[in-house]
Design a protein around this ligand. Structure first.
Ligand code: PFF
Length: 451
């Protein structure tokens, strides 16, 4: 069947398959759903600049660190730390990752379920028959229902499981190779439509002319958290994907390419959404409902709008899918090695537990909205804990691990850098820049949570 590495694990079939899978992991709801709305809530262009700085100074170096760890050891998120530093506590970094994977996929599946549901609503014509001004109420009503969103979440998780069960080449790689290019083409079409709407200019300047007075400390924390979330860092995803790599892929090039693709995709998603938001005089800070409320209204005005709306929501679902499979693969790879489970057993059991844990997140937007943790509903609390605390913490430990626990010579060799200037800069970024910035930002978490 498949090429196996010396440990009997599968490997990627092609370099492009790996690149697309890693891009598929990075590009997801974070880019199309979350980035636009947090940009809207945090003042637009100034927030984007902080975000780009986080990607360049912290994101790319840590992605390279994760790939290097994974490829060197050919092990899962926890095993790889144990292999490189046996008997030392560094493996807790991977443990954080496995916990973060559980938490993130639990609420990720809820939002992906909404996207699936909107795909069918778009298909049967229901969505575009709703008057634009009632789109918000419709969305609020839907996510506030108890049963329906959970069933969609269940369907989504079922599809994720079915793909992960098939393994690296026949499941993860195959799906990404078909779906990622299609996603790019569709987003491009939507951007062109959005920026050519009358009144689109205000949305473009919202994205590209910074107003630093709108930037809060909280915004910086959100930007850093999102850089990790969007690049799939800090929870061992890229360690796990890197562990299926053969030696012949250049890791620095791959890390820069994947980060650029992810960031470009987020900016394009912003360009597909904000010009339209402004053109219709809507609120750019509308929050999580932005793509479920604003975009359907855009489709109503577009020739062949229904056709595009179907493809758009379908492809958001697919973008979510290619990310979700990478998240599930983190605990699956760990359980297969650690407990000797078959891939099938690990995937079904872990996928089911994660689905169940997502149910309170879904209910917290309706029936259970009165239950709050530090002033946040369950959904937002899980998101905050995972994206703004666990991922940066995982990233911090990964940076410290490669920067300090490994010898520079070993680390740079693992990353295909040798001890060149770039290699030295990379080590410097991991030793000082990333840790200082992450610690600085994490210290502010306590100021934000209302104890
Ligand atoms: N990067 C994905 C997105 O932007 O939607 C989400 C994600 C995937 C986060 C994998 C973390 C992760 F490990």
């Amino acid at each position: 069947m498949s090429q196996l590495d010396p440990h009997g694990r599968e490997q990627w079939k092609t370099r492009s398959g790996f690149m697309l899978a890693a891009m598929g992991s990075a590009i997801g709801l974070g880019n199309i759903w979350k980035f636009p709305y947090i940009t809207g809530e945090n003042g637009g262009a100034a927030f984007i600049i902080v975000y780009l700085v986080c990607i360049a100074l912290i994101g790319i170096p840590i992605m390279l660190a994760e790939f290097s760890i994974g490829r060197k050891t050919q092990k899962d998120a926890i095993g790889s730390f144990q292999e490189l530093t046996p008997g030392k506590p560094w493996f807790v970094t991977g443990l954080f990752g496995v916990v973060a994977a559980f938490l993130i996929l639990s609420f990720y599946g809820v939002v992906a379920g909404w996207a699936l549901s909107y795909t069918t609503k778009a298909m049967n014509g229901e969505l575009l028959s709703i008057p634009a001004e009632q789109m918000g109420d419709h969305f609020g009503g839907f996510i506030g229902t108890s049963l329906s969103p959970i069933l969609w979440q269940l369907l989504f998780m079922f599809i994720v499981i079915v793909i992960v069960v098939k393994g690296i080449k026949e499941g993860i790689e195959k799906w990404n190779k078909i779906l990622m290019p299609t996603l790019g083409v569709l987003l491009l079409i939507l951007v062109i439509r959005s920026v050519t709407l009358p009144g689109a200019g205000d949305g473009i300047s919202f994205l590209f002319s910074p107003d630093f007075s709108a930037l809060s400390t909280e915004a910086v924390l959100v930007a850093l958290g999102h850089a990790f979330f969007s690049l799939s860092l800090g929870m061992g995803t890229m360690i796990t994907y890197g562990s299926y790599l053969p030696k012949n892929v250049n890791l620095p090039t791959a890390s820069v390419g994947i980060s650029l693709a992810d960031t470009g995709f987020a900016l394009f998603a912003g360009l597909a959404i904000f010009p339209a938001v402004f053109a219709f005089g809507m609120d750019p800070g509308a929050g999580p409902g932005l793509i479920f409320i604003t975009l359907p209204a855009v489709f109503e005005l577009m020739p062949f709008g229904q056709f595009f709306s179907v493809l758009f929501f379908l492809l958001i679902s697919v973008a979510a899918l290619t990310s979700a499979i990478s998240i599930l693969e983190v605990p699956v790879a760990y359980f297969i090695r650690k407990f000797g489970w078959t891939r099938q057993k690990a995937t079904w059991i872990l996928g089911t537990i994660i689905f169940l844990f997502g149910i309170p997140s879904s209910l917290s937007l309706g029936a259970w909205s009165g239950f709050t943790i530090f002033g946040l509903n369950f959904f937002d609390a899980v998101d905050f804990l995972a994206s703004n605390i666990l991922l940066p913490l995982g990233g911090l430990l990964t940076a410290l691990f490669v920067g300090w626990a490994l010898k520079p010579k070993q680390a740079t060799e693992m990353a295909d850098l040798s001890e060149s200037t770039i290699g030295k800069l990379w080590i410097f970024a991991l030793r000082f820049v990333a840790p200082v910035l992450i610690v600085f930002v994490l210290l502010f978490v306590t100021k934000i949570i209302q104890f």
